[in-house]
Design a protein around this ligand. Sequence first.
Ligand code: FDA
Length: 311
Amino acid sequence: MLRQPLLLLARSERVKKLVSTMPVSSGIVSNYVPGESTEAAVAAAAALVEDGLAATLDFLGEDTLDAAQADATVAAYIELLQQLSEHGLARHAEVSVKLTAIGLMLSGNGSGHKIALENARAICRAARNAGTTVTIDMEDHTTTDATLAVLAELRQDFPETGAVLQAYLHRTEDDCRALAHQGSRVRLCKGAYNEPESVAFQDKLDVDKSYVRCLKVLLNGGGYPMVATHDPRMIAIASSIAADVGREKGTYEFQMLYGIRPEEQKRLAGAGETVRVYVPYGQEWYGYLMRRLAERPQNLSFFVKSLVSKK
Ligand code: FDA
C-alpha cells in the first residue's frame, strides 16, 4: 500500500536532493547498484559470469531533456560494450537501454523519436560489433507507443533487439501476441511505475493474473521469452508452462535484478536454466533506487537509517 505514496514522494525535488547526496557505497544503494563507473559495471558482470549467470547492464539515467546528456549516455554505452568485448564477456553480457535517456523526450532539431532511434541504432551497432545484443527497457505508459514504434524500426536493421512488456498494463496481453513471433526477444515484467487505473491493473492479484496470461502467450509463441520476476509463484508457473508446451531450457530465460534473491538466481542456473541479472550502474541511481524501495517497503527502515547516518 506504500508503493504509490513512495513513488509520488520520489518526485519531490527536496527528497531527491537529500537522497542523491548519499554515497553510492552506502549500504542501501550498493545493495542494488554495484558502482558508478564502467569498471564497476564490468567487474559486476565478470563476477556474475563466474557464477554461471548472464548479465544485462543499464547505464542509469532517464527523462533527459538535454541533447548533450543523451550523447554522453550513448558514449557511455559504446565504451561499456567495448570493455565487455575486451574482457571476453560479450557472449554473456548485453545492455539494457531506456529511450528517454537517449533523447525520446527531446524536441527541437528533429523529433525525440528520430533522435532516440538514431542513438539506439548507434548502441545496437556497437553491441553487434562486440558480439552481443540490446534490450529496450519499458518506461511509464505515456512512452509505451513511442517505445514500441522505435523498437519496430530498430528491429528492421537489428532484429535481435529485445522488447520489454509490463503485465500491469491492460494492453499488454495484446502486445505479447503481436511480439510473440520467431526471433523476437521479449522481457515480461510486472511493471515498476505509478500508473493510473485507466491503463493499469491496481490490484496485485490482477497484475499476477495478467502476468500468467502473458506468460502463456509468450511461451506458446515462437519468440524468446525473458521471464523477469523475483516472484517465486511466477517463476514456478513459468517453469511449469514451459514444460507443458515442450520448451527446452535455453529457449527462454529468467531475469532478476542485481542484489535481489541472488541465491535463487544461482539455484535456477544450477538447475540448468539461463538466468540473466540486470545490473544498473552510473551516477543517476536515484529514480531506480526509489522504484526498488517502493516495491519493498520492508527496506524503508534500513533506508531511513542510512539517510540519518549519512555524512
Ligand atoms: P513483486 O514485486 O510482486 O514481488 C513478488 C515476490 O517476489 C515478493 O513477494 C518476494 O517474494 C519476491 N521479491 C520481490 N522483491 C524482492 C526483494 N527485493 N527481495 C527479496 N524478495 C523479493 N519494470 C519496468 O517497468 N520496465 C522495465 O524495463 C523493467 N525491467 C526489468 C528487468 C528485470 C530483469 C527485472 C527483474 C525487472 C524489471 N522491471 C522493469 C521491474 C519489474 O517491473 C518489477 O517492478 C520488479 O521486478 C518487481 O516485481 P516482481 O515481479 O519481482 O514481483
